[in-house]
Each structure stands twice: as structure tokens, then as C-alpha cells.
Design a protein around this ligand. Structure first.
Ligand SMILES: Nc1ncnc2c1ncn2[C@@H]1O[C@H](COP(=O)(O)OP(=O)(O)O)[C@@H](O)[C@H]1O
Ligand SMILES: [Mg+2]
Length: 264
């Protein structure tokens, strides 16, 4: 069973603090969703969790064998076809090219890619197919901890739901944990055991919500009710409702005394 602890993580980009003493515990086998308005530092925290960005301060305790990350943009290698994209990390992990390509095909089938798509270049794949290739690429290395950074944000609702179902089925098949970043509370309520709410300015996790019932067994009605009650009744989520990504961080507004702008 795999988990992660992020302890008092702070991060500074170009002299500006974007995360300030953020702590988050993902217990073994849990999927924790992280929600927060745009610009609150979710992607930065995901990159820190994945070891892509080294935090300015803080500690990370990793309790898993191998992690993988799925980004919002598929980030496929433009010069490689779907099969080769999925095989690439396998080869980096030491598999010979032929074995890696064979394994890539079996993983591609798990995410419902068809053999006729395997030879297509990224530019010939639809957005949904590219997302599936990116997920297959992450799953190929058999991770036991997954970090998702808004992977389905740009997809149409039907495909989004299919891929959410895939994430749920993975959670049932394997004892893995993970972090799922989204700004869609319904998606968080569908996929996660708990939902951590990040402060608008990355100043810590404001609190955690736990939707009723068990991940994977919540009905659409349960999720809808939970979202309505939380969004409009829980002060924890007021920033998610009222702030848009044009809202300026307080430290940029500074002495002008304008305060953060709020949308509509
Ligand atoms: N590589 C970077 N260099 C400088 N600033 C960055 C970089 N990445 C993100 N930021 C800034 O850090 C803040 C948090 O960004 P991000 O983590 O992408 O937030 P979110 O994912 O919640 O939208 C934003 O103000 C963003 O402009
Ligand atoms: Mg982001």
C-alpha cells in the first residue's frame, strides 16, 4: 500500500512565494484530490510531489515503489507514434525496444486504444486519444502511486467520464495511492477518498472534505448533492466559487491596497 506525506512545503518562483508551508498526508492506498483556484500552486505541488521540482523548503516522505505522473497536456513526444510514446519510459527503465513496444501495446489496450491507433503520430490522434496515450505511458511502468494534474480538464464530458472510470478501476485492481488535482469538485468527489482544499495563495491546505460513501460506489445523485452542499454551504470552498484566474495574488497588489479582485 502506497502513500505520501508532504511536510511544510514552501516554494519560491522568481522571488515570489507560490507555496507557503503546505502539508498534505496521503495515507497508504488513498486517492486524495487537491482542489484550489487557478494559480494557487496545485501544479507546483504536483511537480514537487513527483520530484520534478525541488521545493525551496519542506520534506517529502514517499511510501511507494514507483510513481508516475499524468499532466494536463498529454506532452507526447512529437516524433514518436502512440506505441513508441508508451514504450519510451519502459525503455528508460531498461526494457529492450522490442519488449517495450510489445508491453506498450498491451497497456494501450487497457486504456481502450485500438490497434489501428498504435501507429498514429500525436498530431493524428484526437485529444481523447492523446490523453489515453499519456495515461498508458504512465501506467506502463506499473506505478503504485499516481499523480494526476488535471488530466481530463480539456476533454468532453463523455470521454472524461470514461477515463474517470478507468482511474476508479485501477484503484480497485491495485493497492495504489495517489494525488488527483482538479478544479472540478464533482470529479474530485467521484474519484477521491478525501478532498484537500488549497488556499488561494498556496498558504497551506485550508481543510479536507470527505464525500459520503466509498470512492467508486458514490452515485451521481450523491455526488451532485455533495457538490451543491459543499460549494454553496461550505466556507472552505468559497474561493473556488468566487475567484477566477485573473484574481491577483495579494503580494502582487501590495501597497496599492486594492486587495484581490473577485470575479462577477
Ligand atoms: N516555472 C515557473 N516559473 C515561474 N512561476 C511559475 C512557474 N510555474 C508556475 N509559476 C507561478 O506559480 C503560481 C502557481 O502556479 P501553478 O502551480 O501552475 O498553479 P495552479 O496549478 O494551481 O493553477 C502561479 O502564479 C504561476 O504563474
Ligand atoms: Mg495547474
Amino acid at each position: 500500500m502506497s502513500g505520501m506525506t508532504l511536510a511544510t512545503i514552501s516554494h519560491v518562483y522568481a522571488g515570489r512565494k507560490v507555496l507557503d508551508t503546505v502539508s498534505l498526508v496521503i495515507r497508504p492506498g488513498e486517492m486524495v484530490a487537491l482542489v484550489g483556484p487557478s494559480g494557487s500552486g496545485k501544479s507546483t505541488l504536483a511537480s514537487i510531489a513527483a520530484g520534478i521540482v525541488k521545493p525551496t523548503k519542506g520534506r517529502i516522505l514517499r511510501q511507494y515503489r514507483q510513481h508516475a505522473m499524468v499532466f494536463q497536456q498529454a506532452r507526447l513526444l512529437p516524433w514518436a507514434n502512440a506505441r513508441e510514446n508508451i514504450a519510451f519510459p519502459l525503455m528508460l527503465n531498461g526494457l529492450r525496444k522490442r519488449e517495450a513496444l510489445e508491453k506498450a501495446e498491451s497497456v494501450a489496450e487497457k486504456v481502450a486504444l485500438l490497434p489501428e491507433d498504435f501507429d498514429k503520430m500525436p498530431g493524428e490522434l484526437s485529444g481523447g486519444m492523446r490523453a489515453r496515450v499519456a495515461i498508458a505511458r504512465a501506467l506502463g511502468v506499473a506505478p503504485d502511486f499516481l499523480i494526476f494534474d488535471e488530466p481530463f480538464a480539456a476533454l468532453d464530458p463523455a470521454l472524461r467520464r470514461r477515463l474517470q472510470d478507468l482511474v476508479l478501476s485501477l484503484g480497485q485492481d491495485r493497492a495504489f495511492g495517489g494525488m488527483f488535482i482538479t478544479h472540478d469538485l464533482a470529479e474530485a468527489a467521484r474519484l477521491a477518498d478525501h478532498i484537500a482544499v488549497l488556499d488561494r495563495q498556496g498558504k497551506g491546505v485550508l481543510g479536507t472534505l470527505t464525500p459520503p460513501g466509498q470512492r467508486g460506489h458514490r452515485s451521481d445523485v450523491d455526488i451532485f448533492d455533495f457538490v451543491q452542499q459543499s460549494l454553496y454551504g461550505d466556507p472552505l470552498l468559497s474561493d473556488l466559487v468566487h475567484v477566477d484566474e485573473r484574481a491577483m495574488p495579494l503580494d502582487l497588489v501590495g501597497d496599492a491596497g486594492l486587495g484581490p479582485r473577485r470575479c462577477c
